[in-house]
Design a binder for this molecule. Structure first.
Ligand code: FES
Length: 70
């Protein structure tokens, strides 16, 4: 299947780049999940959480890296 990042990139969603190809190494696939969707998307694991630390603007409590949303 596709990650959310791949689906967004394939549809030219503005601001989703996925520069590292989904390898948890860039954070250019950052998204903010609406709180009501968190039960569906789940929570970031420790590695994703570390990578979210490099998001420069707009990180929130429900930030995710969309390449990790499958
Ligand atoms: Fe690089 Fe998601 S595409 S971290």
């Amino acid at each position: 299947g596709q990650s959310l990042m791949e689906a967004a990139r394939d549809h030219d969603v503005d601001g989703i780049y996925g520069d590292c190809g989904g390898n948890l190494a860039c954070a250019t696939c950052h998204v903010v999940v609406p709180p009501e969707w968190v039960p569906v998307t789940g929570q970031p694991d420790a590695m994703e959480d570390d990578m979210l630390d490099i998001v420069e603007t707009g990180r929130t409590e429900t930030s995710r890296l969309s390449c990790q949303i499958l």
